[in-house]
Design a protein around this ligand. Structure first.
Ligand code: ZN
Ligand code: ZN
Length: 366
């Protein structure tokens, strides 16, 4: 991982903003910039160099992991260590304006820091600069994302082995999560969603104690974290025989969602806005008379975090660039009845896009 290169990119943004230094407190951003994977840290990125503060629990780990920054082990709180460092030399940080990650620092943390700062230094809210840099994945990240997606996809094969009428949703989730850990996943990227029957109409229906009954959909939405990077995938299957009027309607809804998903994927290429990608999916479902049942956005960025920039949603102006990785996940939900969602991860390429998720999308019955 090219941590100094990432910090350099961030410094280029420093030049165009009003900040003398940026204080990074969001752990995924810290990991991205210097490699630290622990749970307590502050990274100060300034023109002359970077300094990383952590506590004694992470002494050994920080010295092993952190690249491109001087490591300081705090004896008290991290904010005290930071303030001490800033105040230690009269010229080091004289009159500095320090940008903070307003989205991630609590009001209380901000106040504590402001109270500790040497006089003449100010805190100002910085825009989400690291998130901006993180949107475009480098080659090392793409390798890790691919590996996470491949591992994640195998969980659906496991789900198909155990998904049967009478099996509880939690049992299916448990088998998938066990398989994930056995295959080397660090953890799930979010609580596994196995939503059957009327629960499939809940876009975020976590696996429950409910037994899976024939004559309905099961939405399976799952992902793993491997080497820090997340996967995210959804497949929806029909339980029992696909015959009769209700299954015909279900089949039509499934086909419309699949068509919408493919239309959105076909729209993904450099230069197009994420809002246009969202519109491509929405247009298909509106045509099928299902527009008002598609209640969420079409997708989101994925990387070190399961949900990161850009949001692939109506009206969003972010323009796709090669190296961005997003999900495409339209769905339709009929409250009290059932729902369908199909989700793949795709990478934006010079000439269009590459679907990373290898799993087929044909209508399946279990
Ligand atoms: Zn998902
Ligand atoms: Zn997703």
């Amino acid at each position: 991982m090219n941590f100094p290169g990432r910090q350099k990119k961030l410094r280029e943004h420093l030049v165009t903003t009003q900040f003398d230094a940026l204080l990074i407190s969001h752990l995924p951003n810290i990991r991205y910039l210097c490699g630290f994977t622990g749970s307590a840290g502050l990274l100060l990125v300034a023109e002359a160099g970077s300094v990383f503060f952590t506590d004694v629990r992470y002494d050994t780990q920080a010295r092993e992991e952190v690249k491109g920054a001087k490591v300081i082990i705090a004896r008290k709180m991290l904010s005290n260590a930071l303030a001490e460092w800033l105040g230690a030399s009269r010229t080091r940080s004289k009159g500095w304006t320090i940008g903070i990650e307003a989205e991630h620092l609590t009001v209380a943390e901000r106040k504590r820091l402001a109270d500790l700062l040497p006089s003449g230094q100010r805190l100002r809210n910085a825009p989400a600069l690291v998130e901006l840099v993180r949107m475009v994945k480098d080659d090392d990240e793409m390798d890790r994302i691919r590996a996470a997606v491949r591992l994640g996809a195998t969980l659906f094969d496991r789900a198909l082995e155990v998904l049967r009428p009478g099996v509880r949703e939690t049992e299916v989730a448990a088998e998938m999560e066990y398989a994930a850990r056995r295959a080397g996943a660090e953890e799930m990227s979010f609580p596994t969603i196995i939503a059957s029957g009327a629960r499939s109409a809940l876009p975020h229906g976590r696996a429950s104690e409910q037994s899976i009954a024939p004559g309905g959909f099961v939405v399976c939405d799952f992902g793993v974290i491997l080497a820090g990077y997340c996967s995210d995938q959804t497949r929806t299957v029909w339980v029992g025989a696909a015959s009769g009027a209700s299954s015909k309607e279900a089949r039509e809804a499934y086909d419309a969602v699949l068509e919408a998903q493919q239309a959105a994927i076909a729209a993904v290429r450099p230069g197009i806005s994420v809002g246009e990608v969202d519109a491509a999916a929405r247009k298909v479902l509106r045509k099928a008379g299902l527009g008002r049942y598609f209640t969420h956005s079409t997708g989101h960025g994925v990387g070190l975090e399961i949900h990161e920039a850009p949001r692939v949603a109506a009206g969003q102006k972010e323009v796709l660039q090669p190296g961005m990785v997003i999900t495409i996940e339209p769905g339709v939900y009929f409250p009290g009845k059932w729902g369908v969602r199909i989700e793949d991860m795709v990478a934006v390429r010079e000439n269009g896009c590459e679907v990373l998720t290898p799993t087929g999308k044909n209508f399946l019955t279990v």
